[in-house]
Design a protein around this ligand. Structure first.
Ligand code: XMP
Length: 442
């Protein structure tokens, strides 16, 4: 890569990812490495400048004197500034405040000054260049090989699949498993984009495994057991399909940069454990993993998706858990319960989108509680289920606050759900932040 690069050295305290996002927002490419990154590695990386980042609780650790005297401009942020002040050198700059100051004018001015005036970057990190470069490198790597991709319909796997398809066309096979716990119409939507009627050049295989999953999940109420069954069954289905295809050379993994930063800096090929079907690669015969998005942040993945012409509804799809509606139905799962939660969720999403509120929330969905209660409909007593609605706002999904939905809109949603969804006689709104409540109900 010939782009101008900034190197971010992480001295602990969980802020490096945030700072890296801020640098990338300036259209300047950067990478995060641990503070132990060697002087030799730094020279090879050839940055225009270096940023040392440490949070308040990071351990004091002086950078190598050699690093300070290498001649690169260095900016110390927060604890990074404290560390740097041990040295006197004209090429050193400081932001003493917490990295969150970069969200304010004072902080961003200081960062801009460092990047553009001191390091003399021009801002040459463009999404289009990334796409061209990635396609070229995939072609060089794959040559005539076969590539297999587990397509979930989520942003990361969709964008990965399209990049691969542009590079190697029919050498790519995408397997999409319908586990029966997807949102309403979701399987059709994915098939419309990636299947025969879609515009992409690839082999698309949709596996309808709905009954298989329902059978395995029958009577299971424990959340972790449900997750385990869904994960294992998914691997089994995928494995069976992979066997039909035969040996492949590469397996696609939709890893993105935060996964790499979070799961141990510098170690490549880390497999997403929480978001993906962990362990998948070991059951499929392949030589190597391809991770085309491993250097991108989520919003950059979305930009790549839009640039590649992927429909907006897929690019801006909200996060959806791997076990799907399985963790949005409290207690045991039945086909009928899946239908209830699908229909209620569909109405909720439709009304939120109609009101133009969809981009205000990080995630919003309906869940089916295990509460049955007495109600009355058309003069008759009912004993039906309660649907819970949730809308949250978050950046890291570790903490989340609740989003505000105007009361009039809630009234419309509630009325539609109780009138249109059979088996529901009560709608509740969950206004609990995380913590203490998790985002999902199970
Ligand atoms: P929680 O419920 O833990 O959710 O607050 C945090 C984020 O992770 C998603 N989530 C999952 N994703 N497999 C996944 O792929 C799972 O088992 C799972 N559980 C939760 C959730 O949707 C939210 O975005």
């Amino acid at each position: 890569m010939n782009n101008e690069k900034i190197l971010i050295l992480d001295f602990g305290g969980h802020f490096s990812q945030f700072v890296a996002r801020k640098v990338r927002e300036c259209s300047v490419y950067c990478e995060v490495e641990p503070s132990s990154f060697s002087v030799e590695d730094i020279k090879n990386f050839n940055p225009k400048g270096i940023i040392l980042v440490g949070g308040q609780n990071s351990t004091l650790q002086l950078p190598d004197e050699e690093l300070v005297n290498l001649g690169y401009p260095i900016l110390g942020i927060c604890h990074g500034a404290k560390i740097l002040k041990e040295y006197s050198n004209t090429n050193l700059y400081y932001i003493d405040e917490l990295p969150s100051i970069l969200d304010e004018k004072l902080g961003s001015d200081k960062l801009f000054y460092f990047i553009f005036n001191v390091c003399k970057c021009t801002g040459d990190w463009k999404i289009k260049d990334f796409i061209d470069l990635t396609i070229t490198s995939i072609k060089e790597k794959v040559k005539n090989g076969k590539v297999l991709c587990a397509l979930s319909g989520g942003v990361d796997s969709s964008v990965s699949a399209v990049l691969l398809s542009k590079a190697i066309g029919k050498q790519l096979t995408c397997v999409f498993v319908d586990h029966g716990l997807l949102r309403k119409n979701e399987a059709e939507e994915v098939e419309n984009v990636f299947g025969k009627s879609g515009e992409y050049d690839l082999n698309f295989i949709k596996v309808d495994a709905r009954q298989r999953f329902y059978n395995k999940l029958k009577g299971i109420t424990d959340p972790e057991q449900k997750r385990k069954i869904i994960g294992e069954e998914f691997i089994r289905v995928f494995e069976e399909e992979a066997k039909k295809i035969g040996a492949v050379d590469f397996l696609v993994q939709g890893t993105i940069y935060p996964d790499i930063i979070e799961s141990g800096l510098g170690k490549e090929g880390v497999i997403k454990s929480h978001h993906n079907v962990g362990g998948l690669p070991s059951v499929v015969d392949f030589k190597e993993i391809i991770e085309p998005l491993k250097l991108l942040f989520k919003d950059e993945v979305r930009k790549v998706g839009l640039e590649l012409g992927i429909p907006e509804h897929l690019v801006y799809r909200q996060p959806f858990p791997g076990p799907g509606l399985g963790v949005r139905i409290i207690g045991d799962i039945t086909e009928q319960k899946v239908k209830i939660v699908q229909d209620a969720d569909y109405i909720y999403r439709e009304e939120i989108e109609k009101a133009g509120l969809n981009k205000q929330f990080s995630q919003y969905f309906a869940a089916l509680t295990n509460l049955k209660s007495v109600g009355v409909k058309n003069g008759k007593r009912t004993y039906d289920s309660a649907i819970a609605l949730r809308a949250i706002i978050t950046t890291d999904f570790m903490n989340a606050k609740c989003g505000f939905i105007p009361f009039e809109l809630l009234e419309v949603i509630v009325n539609r759900i109780i009138n249109e969804v059979e088996g529901v006689n009560r709608v509740l709104f969950d206004y609990t932040p995380k913590p203490p409540a998790t985002i999902e109900f199970e």
